[in-house]
Design a protein. Structure first.
Length: 146
């Protein structure tokens, strides 16, 4: 299940999709409101979030808060956000992504451990703490340039 609005339409991707066996089992939901997206994520075996660039990686934290193991990129902000609670992969390696998906599918103990670590990792983030830190940076900047 692919959730979200496609950011780039690619003819090569469309050609690949047309060649896939069992494409009737692949679902593209498009954009979903937050409550519906949360239900889809919560019912997933894992979230595969292999973005090449993110400013933060909110979907990683959202999945962890819903008790869903995460496979994510080993680049940009993802390793910092995920900590030791996600399976990190090279986003350019389909083989590495496939192996991570297979391992999570087959290894129930690994999934349980990742869920536990995810719940712990989520505690490191809060909107209030983020707002406080942002305010501190803004105050410091104003004092330096005033």
């Amino acid at each position: 299940v692919f959730v979200g609005k496609p950011m780039w339409k690619d003819r090569q991707l469309d050609k690949i999709y047309q060649k896939i066996n069992h494409k009737e089992k692949i679902i593209f939901t498009g954009y979903l409101p937050s409550d519906e997206a949360a239900k889809v994520i919560a019912s997933s075996l894992a979230m595969i979030f292999v973005s090449l660039f993110e400013g933060f990686g909110v979907p990683i934290v959202e999945a962890m808060s819903l008790g869903v193991p995460v496979i994510t990129s080993n680049v940009s902000a993802m390793p910092e956000v995920a900590g030791n609670a996600a399976y990190l992969v090279n986003p350019f390696s389909t083989e590495e992504i496939q192996k991570a998906m297979q391992r999570l599918y087959e290894d129930v103990d690994l999934r349980i451990e990742m869920i536990k670590r995810g719940y712990q990792r989520v505690n490191a983030f809060s909107w209030d703490d983020s707002a406080r830190k942002l305010w501190e940076v803004m105050e410091k900047t104003v004092k330096e340039y005033a």
